[in-house]
Design a protein around this ligand. Sequence first.
Ligand SMILES: *Cc1c(COP(=O)(O)O)cnc(C)c1O
Length: 342
Amino acid sequence: MEKKNIDWENLGFGYIETEKRYVSNFKDGAWDEGMLTAEANVVMSECACVLQYAQTIFEGMKAYTTEKGQIVIFRPDLNAKRMADSAKRLEMPVFPEERFVDAVVKVVEANKAYVPPYGSGATLYLRPFMFGSNAVIGVKPADEYQFRVFATPVGPYFKGGVKPLTICVSDFDRAAPHGTGNIKAGLNYAMSLHAIVTAHKNGYDENMYLDAATRTKVEETGGANFLFVTKDGKVVTPKSDSILPSITRRSLMAVAKDYLGLEVEEREVYFDEIKDFAECGLCGTAAVISPVGKIVDHGKEICLPSGMNQMGEITKKLYDTLTGIQMGRIEAPDGWIKVVEA
Ligand SMILES: *Cc1c(COP(=O)(O)O)cnc(C)c1O
């Protein structure tokens, strides 16, 4: 198969329309059989529930080429499960989990020419999403929904080398206790836009959100979970009902324990403890782990001992091991790698 003529190494993170996407519609209480289509535009009522009341959820994952030349997807079953959880919270019908995985595989197969080659650092980003599509003016869930999956190639995250991030403690809250912080819904991102634009204006790469109730505990950033490493080499991640359960973070915790033999802890992390940590990283599909070099709390700087030039030692080991597993250089735990094409 002929690959597209794309400068993979220099691709950014922007939408590039690919050939095929998957669409299934929910109507009269049931999902239709679904299909691949070339139509990239969505036409719906001006009064669609998604447009008026933001009834929409999404997922994000990647397909890539391994060292042996296989096209694979990393743990799509967990994305399927998480999307089912998101759907229930927003009173949307669940798109069956096996069908979700099947749809994602079909989209990768149909856009194989856009799966970047091994070693380029680029990947094919997959975006499943679902929204309430019929007209709703009184506030209630829609009766009709559309589930879609599109693919778009994205460039290497650490172009020009790793640069640890400087982040700030946000004055805004991301998620309320008992709110929607633990689901992947567009609404959590709409309300984070002002906070991230403000952080960027002030010269920071990202926001650190604290728990909304007490503002004493670390939650996450707008789109990534935190991992910390203690000075004695323990890997710690915040536990909270209002954090989005990152698949990358859960995988990294398993790697820390089972591959690197490190002690791991998921527990409440107080902001006051951060000054004592040795390393800090942000985990998500986009970067796997981005190291954090500095955390600024209203002018007060906390500089991580790992510094502003490289990943911390354990962060680097975690990064190398998980990306090794993903790229087929290190044996994966059972069920982590979904092979699209052998
Ligand atoms: C998607 C997302 C993450 C990262 O999750 P992954 O499954 O690792 O990509 C973290 N936080 C938020 C708020 C997210 O939406």
